[in-house]
Design a binder for this molecule. Structure first.
Ligand code: CMP
Length: 139
């Protein structure tokens, strides 16, 4: 399995609830190394751009409102097979369907306020990492 980097975002619900540290600790226990991390509050334009792939979906406006409702913590993570490993440890989008022990089972509220985002494929990771981090920050 190749060493990969992926982008996670700890979402406003998890940051506001004080769960960011717990989520980072869980990810480190799963073998992810933190390459870069910051705390930012997205503007509406930034949230719309980040989730542009979902712009035709009925939940898009609500998702943008949620993602701009407070600070988020984007994190670039590295490990073997990082992209699919992160998806597995995040759990299903809807926490009602998430496996026990996953981030969303432990910390998500509902299908929208679901604690964490993770890039879903290598092409997505390649776009999402530089959305938040410069090449200088990524080394
Ligand atoms: P994420 O993995 O960041 O990708 C898109 C986000 O839209 C998703 O997590 C949820 O926060 C949000 N969302 C809200 N409703 C839905 C839905 N019905 N299906 C998928 N994603 C949804």
């Amino acid at each position: 399995m190749p060493i990969e980097r992926t982008l996670a975002i700890i979402k406003p619900d998890a940051v506001a609830a004080g769960n960011a540290g717990h989520i980072i600790a869980l990810l480190e226990r799963e073998g992810f190394e933190i390459v870069a991390m910051k705390k930012v509050t997205l503007t509406e334009a930034q949230a719309r751009a980040f989730y542009a792939v979902h712009r035709a979906r009925p939940f898009y406006d609500s998702l943008v409102r949620f993602m701009t409702s407070g600070p988020v913590i984007p994190v670039v993570l590295e490990r073997e097979d990082a992209i699919s490993a992160l998806r597995k440890v995040m759990g299903a989008t809807n926490p009602a369907n998430a496996e026990p022990g996953t981030v969303r089972k432990l910390y998500a509220t509902d299908i929208e306020k679901n604690a964490i985002h993770g890039s879903d494929a290598p092409g997505t990771a390649a776009v999402e990492k530089p959305f938040f981090f410069s090449s200088l920050e990524l080394g």
